[in-house]
Design a protein around this ligand. Sequence first.
Ligand SMILES: Nc1nc2c(ncn2[C@@H]2O[C@H](COP(=O)(O)OP(=O)(O)OP(=O)(O)O)[C@@H](O)[C@H]2O)c(=O)[nH]1
Ligand SMILES: [Mg+2]
Length: 304
Amino acid sequence: MSEPVSKGPKAAFVAIVGRPSAGKSTLMNALCGEKVAIVSAVPQTTRNRIRGIVNRDEGQIVFIDTPGFHESTRTFNRHMRGLIEESIRDSEVLLYVVDGSRPPGDEELSLVETVSRHADIPRLVALNKIDVASNERLDQMRILLSQRLSDVPVIEISARTGDGLEALLGELLRIAPEGEPAYPHDFYTDQPPEFRISEIIREKALEGLREELPHSIYVRVVDMEVRELEGGGEQLWIRAFILVERNSQQGMIVGVGGKGIKRIRQSAQKEIASLFPYRIHLDLRVKVDPNWRRNDQLLNRLVH
Ligand SMILES: Nc1nc2c(ncn2[C@@H]2O[C@H](COP(=O)(O)OP(=O)(O)OP(=O)(O)O)[C@@H](O)[C@H]2O)c(=O)[nH]1
Ligand SMILES: [Mg+2]
């Protein structure tokens, strides 16, 4: 955009915030060139702070993808909100992702408010989904942003098609402070293997589920080991549980004749196999735990 502020290598943590389904995780994946965070059509897919790392000649950007949360007093949402404030505090730059295809409701206004409270760090708005948003909708958002966040630059993008992403990354590198990279140059995420595996399983389980159920799912990898195969080679053996809150939900995941769970297992196994140099055996079961979403200890483990 404009002249670089300085010539030294840049390094910044960039918190990505936005309402549920704005496209935060899709954007982070597109910028990192790898699938770091899972993505789905249901809101509140992301539940943790997920780091995705981009290395360029100009420097290193570490994105912190955060969950989109709903305004409510429920434990689950309170945890999510705390996480977002924490992520912003830990970052040098704030990237606010706005879904340009939806009318801005109270939820968006509350995020605008959050972003305006953080004028102490460089901020940037990514107006997303320009591939599907109508001009009227985009104008509505452009006006809102120019009124409420007049000093924050807006870059229009499509995380899906890649439109505007180079400009966005260029601007982030420009406004980032100088510094040493936090991670080695060949890293694109810092997630432990168990976590990535549980997230892949959760993504496959979310596919094709109806509104309420997605939030009732929690995936836990309980056991993992590398085993020698008789015919030679090694296998990564994984046992994981999909936890749901009610008996009826267990049935919905398992499906008629076990078809549902089989589909989840097969597609998760395939994607996990692309990450590890082993054959994968996934032992996947569904269990009912009525309390997981009210369990503070579990939520803490889940989100931190
Ligand atoms: N058409 C279009 N769809 C997009 C774009 N970016 C994201 N999506 C879709 O929007 C949906 C939500 O995307 P996510 O990346 O999971 O959104 P998120 O902001 O991370 O959502 P939470 O994790 O739930 O807060 C998915 O179906 C994406 O494929 C875009 O630029 N254009
Ligand atoms: Mg997400």
